[in-house]
Design a protein around this ligand. Sequence first.
Ligand SMILES: Cc1ncc(COP(=O)(O)O)c(C=O)c1O
Length: 449
Amino acid sequence: MTLFDKDRAYLWHPYTQMQDYAERDPLLVDRAQGLLLYDSQGKTYFDTISSWWCILHGHNHPTIKARIHAQLDRLEQVLLAGLTHEPAILLAEQLIALTPAKLKKVFYSDNGSTACEVAVKMSLQYWRHRGRPERSGLVAVERGYHGDTIGTMSLGGVPEFHQAFASLLFKSHRIPSPYCYRCPMLREPQSCELACLAPLRVLLEHEGERIAAVIIEPLIQAAGGMIVYPTAYLQKVSELTRQFGVHLILDEVATGFGRTGRMFALEHAGIEPDFLCLSKGLTAGFLPMAATLASEEIYLAFYADYRQNRTFYHGHTFTGNPLAAAAGLGSLQVFAEEQTLGRLPATVAYLHERMARFLDLPWVGDLRQLGLISALELVRDRPTKAPFGFVERVGWRIYLAGLEKGLILRPLGNIVYLWLPLSVTIAEIDEITERMWLVLSDPKNIYGH
Ligand SMILES: Cc1ncc(COP(=O)(O)O)c(C=O)c1O
């Protein structure tokens, strides 16, 4: 049996229609270096989506590897309940130093979904401890995505992913997506005055006393369609939550650690949330880890004599895993040593300029860019913005054409995007955007003929 036969025999891949691989082999990645993935024949592919948005400094970075190796010789895993260890402590210290002053405590878990669930559970328990158990409502945004667990699906706004599980999901409030290209309020961005926020104000005015928290992805709704939205919207959400005494949970699982051009997306808006959810780039993509940062006010509501039963009863086996924490420390070391953030403005400006030409293609309806994220929304008809249908599978054709050109493009439906590692060079941007042009300018790859 070849590896491919065994893959078919034993593996079930995520977000994958397995029948697509009945006759076509998946790409077997043998090794990786920098932005490049190597298959078993030595052919290379640019990892333009940072391996599901987590690789930061390129694959196989020696500094991070060395930190993991060194940690491996000391302590590979230990529970974090009642015990502690150096990497978890030092990483928490650095995360607190890097994030807004309001955030004072780090609670670890192991993926982005749990980072968000932890914030939601803490918020609800906080209100109980403060004698306000009726504050249990949660508000999320249409087209938002916070993960695939039942809790985070309940707060999701992407029906394509979660409708099959509707019967499992708890009720929560939804506000319109700030999807300017397809404005849910049918307004124009120049004159809309953020009309899409009116429903949040109305909700908080009427039900604010029964709301625990608002959860939102700052500046870009990523999995929901790479919807980049105005900073003013985020600032207003923050203001409204403060005005009505509701917690603000920022889900920076995707945007954290430089991807938007700043260390955290919240910096663009100058806001301070009550909770900050981090994962993906936390370990520069080397190992699974997540962190939920909380304010002192939240923490103190749990801090009491044990007989008061205020403990936060939540934890995962690999909470604060030492190897992952060492990877996180290694990543922050790279940020410092390589001046990663200082190099970003030039790289980001260059990428944005290179992507502008894609608007010349008649099937590109919108170009949305934020930091090293650049997304194109493909449309069947530009004047009416009519989308390609689900069965047309434009994204799949582009994925296959991308592979032929040595690119990992993994469109989200009709949204083709780059989500580049922070280490990308100007020469690599040239190469990637040139190959992407070859893929997207060919009508065969769009229409199938
Ligand atoms: C904003 C956001 N939150 C949460 C998650 C869930 O993270 P994970 O897949 O690690 O559970 C994702 C994953 O893409 C995400 O983009």
